[in-house]
Design a protein around this ligand. Sequence first.
Ligand code: NAP
Length: 496
Amino acid sequence: MAKTYGNLINGRWMDSPGGGTIKSVNPANTDDVVGTVPASTKEDVDAAVKAARDAFGYWRLVPPPKRGEILFRAAELILKNKEELGRLVTREMGKILAEGLGDVQEAIDMAYYMAGEGRRLSGETVPSELAAKDCKSVRVPVGVFALITPWNFPTAIPAWKLLPALIGGNTVVFKPSSYTPVAATRLVELLVEAGVPDGVVNLVHGSGEGVGEVLASHHGIDGVSFTGSSAVGERLATLCSGLDKEVSCEMGGKNPIIVMDDARLDLAVEGCIWGAFGTTGQRCTAASRIIVHEKVYDRFLDIFIKATRRLRVGDGLNEETQVGPLINESQMKKVLEYIDIGRSEGARLITGGRRLCEAEYAKGYFVEPTVFADVTPAMRIAREEIFGPVAAVLKARDLDEAIAIANDSEYGLSSAIYTQDVNKSAVAERDLDAGIVYINAPTIGAEIQLPFGGIKKSGMGHREAGGRGGAIEMFTRWKVIYRDFSGRLQKAQIEE
Ligand code: NAP
């Protein structure tokens, strides 16, 4: 019998009065039910937003270093439970165990980092043009945040939002993906165990349409931090634009890797395999376009195909597996549809292309790692986010053409180039139109101490994660303070 998990509202775990439930299943074996959670209603959202509003008055006044101590304890607890959580991530989402553990490690890294931010939330102190007057800027919390997350990083992405929101002094209502609600619940349980006070973090399960939209547009919400598809992000931004809310969205990608004629091909192939097929291609930063210099195109393809064919697909909990299942049936159907589209557009399918459903695959959503060659920039498989194990290989005459193809996209999240020429790498670094550029590394693998996010359809509002311009910008506002201690009226800019 699968375990039942509840919502967390004002420090109490509870069912939804609506009585509906959502079943979370293992995408490698749909007979395996990971847990059930409430299919919440508007009443749950109202109660959670009220709890967060009530707790905000207290939490905003807790000194940031004290908030940081709670986050530090959370980091220690997540670390202590890393193995159990990593296995849960793999069982619920499907990524291979090494990546499940990596997902949790990202949450740990973020917890330690944001705990430290509690002593660094600095502003500016500048001189005044007037005597006996102070001028400074300080960071203040935004208020109550709605946090809405996808399924592909079940603990990392929630941690990327929860922890900076908390250190900034905000309270939150968190709606995780209904495909990975159990991992999200375990993370919240650990935050509670670390000492997050009642009402500061509230968790409401449910679908995007049933709960996410009601939450984001709720009059009691001051800010929305969303990660997911561009279609939903754009809808939320429109919905919230007239409602006086801060909205930040991290969305999709169609990320290119350029392989130059002087690149180390062994390294480039290894990077492209990891970039395209890591997490079964279900990363916003997945390398779905590989743009290869014409001089090494055939040689690259030959090595790349052989390496793709060697990949072992299977249950992520099995140690030999390198590529796990897709998250659900609709995602699997979408990937198979794109494979048909690629074929009908005239791209050359050189390996993969099939659903795997025999024996060990019978109860899961498995698709073979797939490579299309001779893809042209106008084809849909070169333009649209597929979010699965499908790589489109394109040919370019030179660096300029490769960069032009890379930039010819509605998206602009991550990008990469393999070259041994320092000048070419510098040109790519300057001219690739994306939030992230990797040199001699694939498009995936961001570290938490720098801002994360993209341009165009990939991101709007503030960036995530650490560093200057990172999530602290999302979760705090600037307030400027002038204090006059001259004891008389002094007028700035006015000559007397
Ligand atoms: P999604 O369908 O957009 O869903 C994301 C979250 O939004 C889920 O919690 C979903 O709820 C909720 N949602 C759906 N419709 C909603 C609505 N009308 N109003 C409010 N919330 C709504 O995306 P996904 O399939 O989970 O994730 C894959 C997408 O995320 C890809 O496009 C990927 O590129 C993107 N992604 C981006 C980043 C980044 O940092 N740029 C990182 C990871 C993933 P339910 O699913 O529970 O219904």
